[in-house]
Design a protein around this ligand. Sequence first.
Ligand code: XMP
Length: 513
Amino acid sequence: MKGGFLILDFGSQYTQLIARRLREFGVYSEIQAYNYEIEDIKSSNFEGIILSGGPNSVGAEGAPFRDVNELLEIAPVLGICYGMQLLSKSLGGMVEPSDLSEYGLNRITWSKRISPDIEREQKVWMSHGDVVKLPPPGFEVVAQSSSGHAAAIQSERAWGFQFHPEVTHTEKGDDLLRAFVFGCCNAEATWDSQQMKATLTDYILSKLGKTEHVLCGLSGGVDSTVVATLLTRTMGKDKVHCVFVNNGLLRKNEFEEVMKNYEDLGLNVRGVDASEKFLHELKNVSDPEKKRKIIGKQFIEVFKDSIWKIEKEEKIKIHYLAQGTLYPDVIESVSIHGSSVTIKSHHNVGGLPEDLNLKLVEPLRLLFKDEVRALGETLGIPGRLLWRHPFPGPGLAIRIIGPITEEDIKILQEADYIFRDELVKHDIYDDIWQAFAVLLPVRTVGVQGDNRTYSKTLALRAVTSQDGMTADWFEFSPSFLKTVSNRITNEVKAINRVVYDITSKPPGTIEWE
Ligand code: XMP
């Protein structure tokens, strides 16, 4: 990808947010470690460079450093927090520890209008101990903090903000970033789903050409669906071999429905029913991590077997495995905190490439989740597939607490179906990040008709979240909960009690196992 913005990471916890903001403006942005090779920067045609914040003091020994003059020869530079201090130090200004650290919200005063949308007084989010005592030659201080320190400095081609415009606590932070991107750098908003498609298509063709065969493990979720569709449209149906596994732990009717969706999308997909094998291996297993390991291993087995069959039947060789890695995972590997590529193994239904002896292709590696959905729309994938709630690879196995039996799977499938059916009927499915039912190993006394019962307890879980890392429980109306509880206890005989989980994450997790 040529053009766009380079964000050099000096270790701030907000670096990813800077990239996100720019993408939201329709501008391509990528994050690299602070010491990214100058030759690579030169050859990439960046329109602007942003230096992130960071936890260090620029004066400290071993603090990450960069010659900003070198960068300015390539494109305009914006330094944020540590980035502004580094920019100042590198260009001949003076940075000193301050006797008054500024943390949290601060009111700054602009002496120059850098954007028509910005008022003279503005609330911003700060978090720094050092201050720029003297800006570099050619710079002016254009905003001051309430304690009289330089809050923003500016020259023709370089800007510095001592605060964080990328965090939502900063009032009109977006307008400030826009002023730099579109005002100072004259960038154009060209990063849209068409552009994404073109860029990723180039990536696929440069990596695989048109002759390689690739295996694509499908999970029914948005990422693998978009990966498979994009690959198929780029390389042709005969080169992209999709496998969707029924592990016996899917939701009610899911295998048939998802297979139909894939066929409608024109994918070359094999549905493999391995449920008997999965359930056999899981017999009497209670420990959640053991369940995960067994399921992961079984997936690999099915994929190995599928590769063998496809290669034999079609007389071809498969060298590549497609994975739905997204940009936040890639960032972990390039950021200053990162080490090697971090793949969340439990999020990989397709199995890891080393187990399958295949090379990896990651067509979505430049995209954030919302961009994957936008690309999916451009590829003509229906909204009901793009906006599905996440569903874990181990499926219902981690929603039946304790050992798994076929009978319990059926009970849970029915109850879960009713819950989700009501969410759709009440038009709240899309307000929720994830909603599901959990079957508990708890029997309680009840009364159904004239009879005493001693039956199972079901927990309902519904959360809102941005990324699954933290979550809040969803506030249903009492009448909604009543409807769902009535339906479940009436329609699913084995359940006589329904409870609603009101735990946030943290301290809870989203799943119960
Ligand atoms: P937790 O329970 O860790 O879940 O708060 C966060 C998100 O991850 C999903 N999850 C999994 N996904 N394999 C997966 O593919 C797993 O083993 C797994 N465990 C949790 C969970 O559904 C939620 O979206």
